[in-house]
Design a protein around this ligand. Structure first.
Ligand code: ADP
Length: 262
């Protein structure tokens, strides 16, 4: 981290002239690193007190019949918000870990189809009485190299978003396939869709299309940032196609070199 960092830009003028600009970006990098360390440290420090609060709330809520109804409602709200904060802190810590390097923690062969089956059944549970029609079409022989834990969190973010941003009864289709370009996972929904102007910023941390809409869904605003970093570490990239009012398709593309040969 003590290394000097230079950013070099070469601009061509006409046939023979070139303009070479060298910028010293060492300080910018140091500040960025300080920001990342600060976020990771604060998240880590908040974890312990929150665990204690969550523990006490759980104990209190163990015997709801002994608590007067007004107090019970307040405790349930506190429990829900504590849960949300714990999610946020876990996501911040995960993101800090993902940002620290460009390599996945593991390079194991991963059976993607069973992983998607498990995420699909979690998504059905999340949908519950909203009764989304969720279908999965996965090539069982297509394995990927990398970290199963990281891919699980990326893929489940995409699938759970499809549930969160699709009105009840809507369709969600998950597909895992390969062609000469590599392996691909798509999550297609018939939900709210996203206006084109939001697309370039969607994977930024805390960026939300409509914060009132998103806060109802209990998300942290970090899901797509996590997806982006996990894909980066697996040589992959994310493609987003969406039409407002009709639905969205999020597709992860992995190069052939990332497919596990068994
Ligand atoms: P959040 O926790 O808010 O869901 P994400 O980073 O996962 O955070 O997503 C960022 C924003 O992108 C969301 O707040 C939502 O506005 C939009 N979004 C994500 N997935 C979808 C989807 N499938 N359909 C419509 N909007 C979506």
């Amino acid at each position: 981290n003590d290394r000097l960092r230079l950013q070099i830009t070469i601009t061509r003028y006409g046939n023979s002239e070139r303009l070479l600009v060298v910028r010293d970006v060492t300080r910018v990098h140091q500040l960025e690193q300080m920001r990342k360390d600060f976020v990771a440290n604060v998240s880590h420090e908040l974890r312990t007190p929150l665990t204690v609060i969550a523990g006490y709330l759980e104990t209190l809520l163990d015997n709801p019949e002994q608590i007067n109804p007004r107090l019970l409602r307040a405790l349930q709200q506190m429990n829900q918000q504590t849960d949300r904060m714990q999610h946020l802190i876990n996501d911040l810590l995960l993101l800090a870990k993902l940002e620290a390097s460009n390599r996945p923690t593991d390079n194991q062969p991963i059976a993607v189809a069973p992983l998607l089956q498990s995420i699909t059944s979690d998504a059905r549970a999340l949908s519950g009485s909203h009764a989304h029609r969720i279908s999965l079409d996965a090539d069982a022989a297509l394995w990927l190299k990398g970290s199963e834990a990281e891919l699980r969190s990326a893929f489940s973010n995409l699938v759970f978003n499809a549930v969160k941003y699709t009105p009840g009864g809507g369709d969600i289709h998950i597909r895992w396939w390969s062609n000469e370009a590599g392996a691909h996972l798509s999550v297609e929904d018939s939900g709210l869709g996203i206006e084109p102007k939001h697309l370039p910023r969607l994977t930024e941390r805390f960026y939300r299309v409509d914060s009132s809409r998103a806060s109802n869904t209990g998300g942290t605003g970090l899901g797509l940032a996590i997806v982006k970093h996990v894909l980066l570490r697996h040589q992959g990239r994310l493609d987003i196609n969406s039409s407002p009012g009709k639905g969205s398709t999020f597709t992860c593309h992995f190069p052939t070199s990332q497919i596990a040969q068994r």
